[in-house]
Design a protein around this ligand. Structure first.
Ligand SMILES: [Mn+2]
Length: 394
C-alpha cells in the first residue's frame, strides 16, 4: 500500500515538474511567429532600423523596443529607438536614466533618410505623424508587435504579431528572446542585464506589479529573473511626487463628481511634463471605497484634452467603453481613445480651433461639459437631470 502511494506521489511530482517546465516554454505558435520574424530580419541584414514608441513612452514600450533592437543585432541590424513625445513620468525618466537608454526624440527635423525599415511596438495604432516622410524615403514598415486589441485597420507591416490575451508587449518579446537564446540571457553581459531589467520593469508596470499579469508575464519573468538587477528596479519604482502633481491630485479630489460607482473628475490645465499624473489621479480616486470606475481628464499645454480611465469593474471593457463614449474623430477617422480589455484606457481630443479662445475658463467648462455628457449618456444617466445635478462629492 505504502509503496503504491509513494509511486503515485512520485509520478505526480514528476508530471508536475514536466508541466512546470513546459509552462514556461513559448508555445508552438509563438515559435512559428518568431521563425517568421527571424526570416524577415535575415532579409534586412545589415540595414538601419527605426523603432517607434507612439504616445508617451512607457516601460512596456521602451523595453519592447530595446528587445527588438537586441534581437536585430544578431543580423547586424543597427537600431535607433525613438519617441514622439518626451518621457514625462518620474518612473520612466528614472528607467531611461538609470539604464542609460538612448531614446531619440522624433521631431520635425528628425532625419529619417538614414533608415531602411521601421517598426512600431506596444501601440494599438499603426499610423504615425511620420508616415508621409517614411513613404517618401521608402522606409519599409518592418514589424508591428502589440498586446492591445487590433485597431480597425490591420497594420501594413511585413511582420505583425498582436496578442490581446497578453497583458504586456514585453511578455511577447520575452518569448522571442527565449526562442533566440534557449539557454537564457547572460548575467555577465551588462547589455543583457540592462535589457532584462528593463523588460522586468515593463512586465511589472503594465500589470500593476503582476497583479493583472497573465501566465505569459510570469513565464517572461521566470526567463528574465537570473539576469535582472533588482536594485535598479527598486530605485526606478520609488514614488516621487512633484508639487505640481500634488496640485493635480488636489484638483482631481475637489472636482470629483460621483455617479453611483463611477467617478468623473478633472485636473485643470496641465503642462505636458505633468500629463502622467492624470492616470495617477485616476488611480487615486479609484481607491475610494464603493468606486469601481474613474475617468479623469486635463487640458495639456492648452492644446488637447488628455484623459485616463481606470476600472476594476467586472463588466466594463475600457477599450469598448472609451470607443463607445467618445467615438471617432471626423477629421482623422480614428477613435479618440482606447485601452486594454481589463483595467485601463486613455484618450486625446485636440482642442484645435477652440484653443485660440481667450477665455480659458470657458474652453475648460465646455470641454468638461461635452466629455461628462458623453460619459453620462453612455452609462445611461444623462436622462435623469436631477441625478446629475445632485451628483455628490462624498
Ligand atoms: Mn503595453
Amino acid at each position: 500500500m505504502a509503496s503504491t502511494i509513494e509511486t503515485l506521489a512520485d509520478s505526480d511530482s514528476y508530471e508536475e515538474a514536466a508541466l512546470a517546465e513546459n509552462g514556461t516554454k513559448p508555445s508552438i505558435e509563438s515559435g512559428k511567429l518568431y521563425a517568421q520574424l527571424a526570416k524577415h530580419f535575415e532579409d534586412f541584414r545589415g540595414k538601419n532600423h527605426l523603432v517607434l514608441c507612439l504616445g508617451t513612452p512607457d516601460p512596456d514600450a521602451i523595453s519592447s523596443a530595446l528587445a527588438l533592437q537586441f534581437l536585430g543585432k544578431t543580423y547586424e541590424i543597427d537600431t535607433t529607438v525613438a519617441s514622439f513625445v518626451g518621457v514625462s513620468h518620474h518612473e520612466n525618466r528614472a528607467l531611461v536614466k538609470r539604464l542609460g537608454i538612448n531614446l531619440v526624440r522624433c521631431d520635425s527635423d528628425f532625419d529619417i533618410s538614414q533608415f531602411d525599415m521601421y517598426s512600431i511596438v506596444d501601440s494599438q495604432k499603426c499610423v504615425t505623424d511620420l508616415d508621409a516622410r517614411l513613404q517618401e524615403h521608402n522606409v519599409q514598415f518592418f514589424a508591428f508587435v502589440d498586446h492591445h486589441r487590433e485597431d480597425t485597420q490591420t497594420p501594413p507591416a511585413l511582420f505583425v504579431d498582436v496578442r490581446p490575451d497578453y497583458a504586456s508587449t514585453a511578455a511577447i518579446f520575452c518569448e522571442y528572446l527565449q526562442l533566440a537564446n534557449p539557454s537564457g540571457l547572460s548575467p555577465s553581459d551588462p547589455v543583457q542585464v540592462q535589457l532584462a531589467t528593463a523588460l522586468m520593469h515593463g512586465l511589472r508596470s503594465d500589470t500593476s506589479r503582476f497583479l493583472s499579469a497573465t501566465q505569459h508575464e510570469y513565464a517572461g519573468a521566470a526567463f528574465l529573473a537570473p539576469c535582472v538587477d533588482t536594485q535598479v528596479i527598486e530605485v526606478i519604482e520609488r514614488k516621487v511626487l512633484t508639487p505640481s502633481m500634488l496640485d493635480m491630485f488636489e484638483n482631481a479630489l475637489v472636482n470629483r463628481r460621483i455617479h453611483d460607482n463611477f467617478i468623473f473628475s478633472d485636473v485643470g490645465y496641465v503642462r505636458a511634463v505633468d500629463r502622467d499624473a492624470i492616470p495617477q489621479a485616476a488611480e487615486l480616486l479609484l481607491s475610494r471605497d464603493g468606486t469601481d470606475t474613474v475617468l479623469v481628464f486635463g487640458i495639456v499645454d492648452e492644446k488637447a484634452i488628455d484623459g485616463s480611465l481606470r476600472t476594476r469593474s467586472e463588466t466594463i471593457n475600457p477599450d469598448e467603453f472609451l470607443k463607445g463614449v467618445l467615438g471617432v474623430s471626423p477629421e482623422s477617422g480614428r477613435y479618440y481613445g482606447g485601452g486594454n480589455i481589463r483595467d485601463r484606457g486613455g484618450f486625446q481630443i485636440p482642442l484645435g480651433f477652440f484653443s485660440m479662445h481667450e477665455d480659458k475658463n470657458q474652453v475648460y467648462t465646455m470641454a468638461r461639459q461635452v466629455i461628462e455628457k458623453s460619459f453620462l449618456d453612455y452609462i445611461g444617466k444623462a436622462g435623469s437631470k436631477k441625478r446629475k445635478n445632485s451628483a455628490n462629492t462624498a
